[in-house]
Unconditional design. Structure first.
Length: 324
């Protein structure tokens, strides 16, 4: 409540305070763009150059606003920021958006400029003071100018060749961070749980017992794989991305792989559940082969041979042990 009481409504700001707020907002946006440029420079130099240019544009508009403020109100600029104004658009700090995809960062930048322009436009329409209305309209026009300039900078720096290179890097990062650990988890969950699940199934011929064993094996394997993947590599040297993301992908996909052929045993009739579980196993193994071919560029029939033959051997092992 104390925080809310210290916030002022935008409609209650004086022209002097609106100018001060605009100056602080432009400064914050310039920092965000430059931070993004630093985050992206190593892998996406062309996009980093675009954000460097947008930071320079924000600085130029800030200087123009400071000049307007000095000519009307003098040198002392009050400290008023977004968080001091109720209803004013907010910005997430750049460090909170560090793990966003390249596409998401570009969309966030476009949204930043759009939000600022729309807010100033609405504020100008609601203002009853002619001078303040004119000032807010000028600010809205400046923000729209940022949007146009961003497009010009993109055309200048992000050539088709540069865009193609950056998309290749983005694809590689996606594969290393999400697809590779997720695929490893799916393979482990789908294949390694075959033996204990089907051994239990054929040894007990009891659906509920088989389901409990499958549930425990799947969730246990998921937790183990998730922590193993996250702890194995911090991603700094290998460039494989956030260990949390990789661990999450590996753990979740491991659990899904095992649960796929454990869930059919919720069906009380044992042989019906077993037939459905066998069909699910067949589908899982071919899906894994397709993912290897689609994302890891493994020839399809080689992937199918590795996965289907390996999975078949594990499946046969579980059936033989359970039947014996």
């Amino acid at each position: 409540m104390r925080m809310l009481s210290n916030r002022k409504r935008f409609s209650d700001l004086s022209e002097r305070e609106v100018l001060a707020l605009a100056i602080a907002s432009e400064e914050d946006d310039a920092r965000i763009y430059r931070n993004w440029a630093e985050f992206l420079r190593a892998d996406y130099p062309a996009t980093a150059a675009v954000f460097d240019g947008m930071g320079d544009e924000e600085d130029e508009h800030r200087q123009r606003l400071i000049g307007a403020y000095r000519s009307r109100f003098g040198e002392a600029i009050p400290v008023i920021r977004r968080e001091h104004v109720a209803g004013y658009y907010s910005r997430r700090p750049a460090w909170m958006m560090r793990n966003l995809s390249l596409k998401a960062i570009r969309e966030e930048a476009a949204l930043m400029e759009h939000d600022a322009a729309e807010f100033y436009t609405r504020a100008a329409q609601a203002s009853s003071d002619a001078a303040t209305r004119r000032l807010l309209g000028d600010l809205a026009a400046a923000e729209r100018g940022h949007e146009e300039r961003a497009g010009e900078l993109t055309d200048e720096h992000l050539t088709p060749e540069a865009r193609e290179e950056e998309e290749a890097v983005s694809h590689r990062n996606f594969v290393l961070t999400w697809v590779q650990p997720g695929l490893a988890g799916l393979m482990d969950g789908s294949v390694s749980t075959l033996a204990p699940i089907f051994a239990t199934a054929f040894a007990t011929q009891d659906s509920w017992t088989t389901f409990l064993v499958g549930l425990a094996a799947s969730l246990g394997a998921g937790i183990s794989m998730g922590f193993t993947e996250a702890a194995s590599d911090d991603g700094v040297v290998s460039g494989r991305g956030s260990p949390f993301k990789r661990g999450l992908a590996s753990g979740v996909m491991t659990a899904i792989g095992g649960l796929g052929h454990a869930l059919p045993y919720l069906i009380p009739h044992f042989w019906t559940a077993t037939i459905i579980a066998c069909i699910v196993v067949f589908i899982e193994l071919w899906v894994i082969a397709w993912i290897q071919n689609r994302w890891m560029q493994t020839p399809f029939w080689r992937a199918a041979l590795q996965v289907v033959v390996g999975g078949g051997l594990v499946f046969a092992t579980g059936v033989l042990i359970g039947s014996g």
